[in-house]
Every structure is written in structure tokens, then in C-alpha cells.
Ligand binder design. Structure first.
Ligand SMILES: NC(=O)C1=CN([C@@H]2O[C@H](COP(=O)(O)OP(=O)(O)OC[C@H]3O[C@@H](n4cnc5c(N)ncnc54)[C@H](OP(=O)(O)O)[C@@H]3O)[C@@H](O)[C@H]2O)C=CC1
Ligand SMILES: Nc1nc(=O)c2c([nH]1)NC[C@@H]1CN(c3ccc(C(=O)N[C@@H](CCC(=O)O)C(=O)O)cc3)C=[N+]21
Length: 294
């Protein structure tokens, strides 16, 4: 079989951001997104900076809160309460992971579900599981959009999600189930992961292990969505250099897949575009504006 089609997340995300910007331009006031970053994790700082820039480019307001790594849980909960009460804030994102002293679940549950643009509050995860409208986690939503860009009708397909985290794997499985896929969720205790993956018409990898999914595990013609963002040493680029790779062995998988997302330039840019989409949706719901059709 010839090489898989490349699913261009960067271009798809740019197009989605342009539609969001056009919709925002028609609103009486700009939606506002608050991003909270605790500590100095350099990778997180890059995401926060990219989010702020793209929020402005979409015509929205961005409120950044950078707190020292010594911040207590009480101080963080106070900030969340202020953001819940702030009428200019439509969306609240608290960057994860948080320092281990802080109970992340307590912080997520403190966010007003109507402003929970990450879709992590139990109210929103419950609504997703029940098939009710709500805010849907950005990364799985972006993955679904990319899968549908090459297979508009997923109904009846075998979908395998590798990873069962609350932020990617579980909501991804719910979205694929809602598309009428036959869904398998694999994880670190799964026996014979290679054989499970070989069943997949749609394979979503959200593990956090560089190139763990081998080319020979891919069903010929499958759609492969690689969520992994792993920084690895790249001595070929020079001493001390690094590069980003996914959870899938891209070169091997490309020989068998029908379509595949690259890393970088795949799921990552879609995550930010979906965050802006959720912020627009939250603003429209909260403020009684007609929600645009994106
Ligand atoms: N592109 C984007 O926008 C985003 C990318 N990411 C990236 O996606 C990846 C996953 O993130 P996240 O879900 O938060 O990660 P977590 O570490 O929370 O979850 C990883 C999952 O992978 C499973 N797993 C670990 N090792 C294996 C193995 N050997 N075989 C099978 N399953 C395994 C774990 O199983 P178990 O539950 O049994 O421990 C767990 O369910 C990371 O690389 C992260 O950087 C994350 C968020 C957004
Ligand atoms: N509350 C919360 N919500 C999140 O959505 C969240 C989070 N915490 N913590 C961290 C993870 C990770 N994440 C990414 C977003 C964009 C890219 C992204 O844009 N990646 C680019 C490249 C980035 C680069 O080059 O460094 C790409 O893949 O092409 C990656 C990763 C969101 N996360």
C-alpha cells in the first residue's frame, strides 16, 4: 500500500481559528479566557504563551495568571472563585499538572461548569457520558475533528483508544461511542496491546511514550491519530538538541495507515483551536448570544 495521507492539524486548526475570529467579530463584546499557570514548567509556559497569542488573534481577551510554585491550594481556590465571579471571564483553564501538594480534582470541581472550557468538571464529563450538551475536552474534540476530516462517517467502525486519562483517553472514547464506533479502551494493563491495535479502523494513541505504537500494529488503511507529545534527544540535529515525537512510530505507521496525524502539527494545534471554540461557546451560552455554527 502507498504511504498514508497526512492529516494536517496545523492547517485544519488555522481554518477553525479563522471561522472563530469571524464569529467573534460579530459579537457585541469580546469573549474572555483566563489561563492559570502554577509554577515555572518551561513546556507549560510555551503552551500558555501560544494560547494567549492565538486568543488575541481570534479577537478574544486573554487573562493570564502566573502563580509561584509555592502557591497554596487555598490561594488557587480563591483565584478560581474570583474568576467564576468575574463577568468578563467566559472561560477558565487551570494548566495541568499542578504541583503535587494541590488536589487537582478539588480545583477542577471549584470551576463554574459554565466556564469550564477544558470540559474536565464532573458536570461536563457526566453530560458527555449521558449524551447531553456541554463543554467537551479540547484534545479529544480536536482528534474527532481530524478523524472526521478523512472519514466523515465513523459509524460502525472499530475504534481503539490507547490511554484512559480523564483529559484525553476517557473523553475520546465517549466521543467515538457517540459517533457509533465500537470502542475499545486500552491501557497499561491491556494484554497483547499489538493485537488489540490491529483491530482498529480508528486508532487514537494517548500514552506519553515516544514511538511506542509500532508500524506492524496498524491495520492497513486505518486512521491513526497521535496525541502524544514527547520530547526526545535528537543527536542528529546537534549535541544537546531535542525534537518532539508522538506515541506512534510515524515512519513505520505511515507505510500501513490510510491517514495519520504528524507530531508536531497534528493534534496539538487543534487542542488550542478547540479551546477557543469552547470559549466562544461558553460566552454565547452565558451571555444569551446566538451560538454561531462553526
Ligand atoms: N496534543 C495535545 O494537545 C495533548 C497531548 N498530550 C500528550 O498525550 C500523551 C498522554 O497524555 P495523558 O492522557 O495526559 O497521559 P497520562 O499519563 O495521564 O495517561 C497515559 C495513559 O497511557 C497508559 N499507558 C502508559 N503506559 C502504557 C503502556 N505501556 N501500554 C499501554 N498503555 C499505557 C496509562 O495506563 P494506566 O491508566 O494503566 O496507567 C494511561 O492510561 C502525553 O504524551 C501528553 O503529553 C496530552 C494532552 C494534550
Ligand atoms: N488544563 C489543561 N488543559 C490542556 O489542554 C492541557 C494542559 N492542561 N496541560 C498540558 C496539556 C498539553 N497541551 C498541549 C496543547 C497544545 C500543544 C501544541 O500546540 N503543540 C504543537 C507544538 C508545540 C511545540 O512545538 O512545543 C504541535 O503539536 O504541533 C501541545 C500540547 C494541552 N494540555
Amino acid at each position: 500500500m502507498s504511504d498514508a495521507a497526512l492529516i494536517d492539524g496545523k492547517a485544519t486548526a488555522e481554518a477553525l481559528r479563522a471561522r472563530i475570529a469571524a464569529a467573534v467579530a460579530t459579537l457585541p463584546e469580546p469573549p474572555g479566557l483566563a489561563v492559570v499557570l502554577v509554577g515555572e514548567d518551561p513546556a507549560s509556559q510555551v503552551y500558555v504563551r501560544n494560547k494567549a497569542r492565538q486568543t488575541h488573534e481570534a479577537g478574544m481577551r486573554s487573562f493570564e495568571h502566573r502563580l509561584p510554585v509555592t502557591t497554596s491550594q487555598g490561594e488557587l481556590l480563591d483565584l478560581v472563585a474570583r474568576l467564576n465571579a468575574d463577568p468578563a471571564v467566559d472561560g477558565i483553564l487551570v494548566q495541568l499538572p499542578l504541583p503535587s501538594r494541590i488536589d487537582a480534582n478539588a480545583v477542577i470541581e471549584a470551576i463554574d461548569p459554565a466556564k469550564d472550557v477544558d470540559g474536565f468538571h464532573p458536570m461536563n464529563t457526566g453530560r458527555l457520558a449521558a449524551g447531553l450538551p456541554g463543554l467537551v475536552p479540547c484534545t479529544p474534540l480536536g482528534c474527532l475533528m481530524l478523524a472526521r476530516s478523512v472519514r466523515p462517517d465513523l459509524s460502525g467502525l472499530e475504534a481503539v483508544v490507547v490511554g484512559r486519562s480523564n483529559i484525553v483517553g476517557k473523553p475520546m472514547a465517549q466521543l467515538l461511542l457517540a459517533e457509533s464506533c465500537t470502542v475499545t479502551i486500552a491501557h497499561s494493563r491491556t494484554r497483547d496491546l499489538a493485537e488489540v491495535c490491529r483491530r482498529a479502523d480508528i486508532l487514537v494513541a494517548a500514552v506519553g511514550r515516544p514511538r511506542m505504537i509500532e508500524g506492524s500494529w496498524i491495520k492497513p488503511g486505518a486512521v491513526v491519530i497521535d496525541v502524544g507529545i514527547n520530547r526526545v534527544a535528537a543527536p542528529d540535529l546537534g549535541e544537546g538538541k531535542t525534537r518532539l515525537v508522538g506515541d506512534v512510530d510515524f515512519a513505520g505507521a505511515r507505510e500501513r495507515a490510510g491517514a495519520i496525524t504528524p507530531v508536531p502539527g497534528g493534534v496539538g494545534p487543534m487542542t488550542i483551536a478547540c479551546l477557543l471554540r469552547n470559549t466562544l461557546q461558553a460566552a454565547c451560552r452565558r451571555r444569551g448570544w446566538a451560538a454561531p455554527d462553526l
